[in-house]
Structures are given as structure tokens and as C-alpha cells.
Design a protein around this ligand. Structure first.
Ligand SMILES: [Zn+2]
Length: 109
């Protein structure tokens, strides 16, 4: 069974248990507008519904990232303005960034 975002139930449960804060900016999830969480595909491909690619992030980061690639977004002024640094990123994001850099042949941050 998968939810309406086509995320399999076991992935959903694992990610719910793992991500207690935004995987990008580190904000703790809550009910305030700035702390509401959303499903995120770290690499923007909805066919990749694995625990390495599905995460929870705040709606602000989700909106800011939009359709940009992870690498482009992390290095953007918008992301920097949100306080996103190498230290605020979750291991799952750092892992995905490593994969993205390996695939692109570009140097890390
Ligand atoms: Zn965030």
C-alpha cells in the first residue's frame, strides 16, 4: 500500500520515525505555520520512493527548493537566506548530495 504521494507504507513509517526536524534547515516540526512539515523527494523524481530519497522538510524549505536540483538549491541565495548550511543538513541529505556530486562530477560545497 502506498499513500497519495505514492510513498510505500514501510518507507512512510521509517521516514516519520527518522525525520523529527526539517532535513534541510533543522527546524523542529510543530503546528505553527513555519514549522509544519511536508513530504519531500530529495531528488525531484517521484519514482524514487526509497528511504534515501523520501524525507520530511518544513513547508518553507519545500517551497524554496521547488523544482531545483538539490545541489543547485543548497548553493542558492534562497537556501542561504533560510540558514541552510552543511551543518543544518540531515545525514540523508548529505548522502544524497554526495550521490548527486558523484553523478555530476562537480566539487562539493
Ligand atoms: Zn526547513
Amino acid at each position: 500500500m502506498a499513500n497519495k504521494w505514492r510513498i510505500p507504507r514501510d518507507v512512510e513509517e521509517a521516514v516519520m520515525a527518522r525525520d523529527k526536524v526539517c532535513v534541510y534547515c533543522g527546524v523542529e516540526f510543530g503546528s505553527e505555520r513555519k514549522t509544519v512539515w511536508s513530504w519531500e523527494h530529495i531528488v525531484n523524481d517521484i519514482s524514487i520512493a526509497t528511504i534515501e530519497n523520501i524525507a520530511r522538510c518544513c513547508v518553507g524549505c519545500n517551497a524554496s527548493k521547488g523544482a531545483k536540483s538539490l545541489c543547485d538549491w543548497i548553493n542558492s541565495t534562497n537556501a542561504k537566506r533560510r540558514g541552510i548550511t552543511i551543518d543544518s543538513l540531515s545525514p540523508v541529505v548529505l548522502n544524497a548530495l554526495g550521490v548527486e556530486w558523484l553523478n555530476s562530477g562537480e566539487a562539493p560545497l
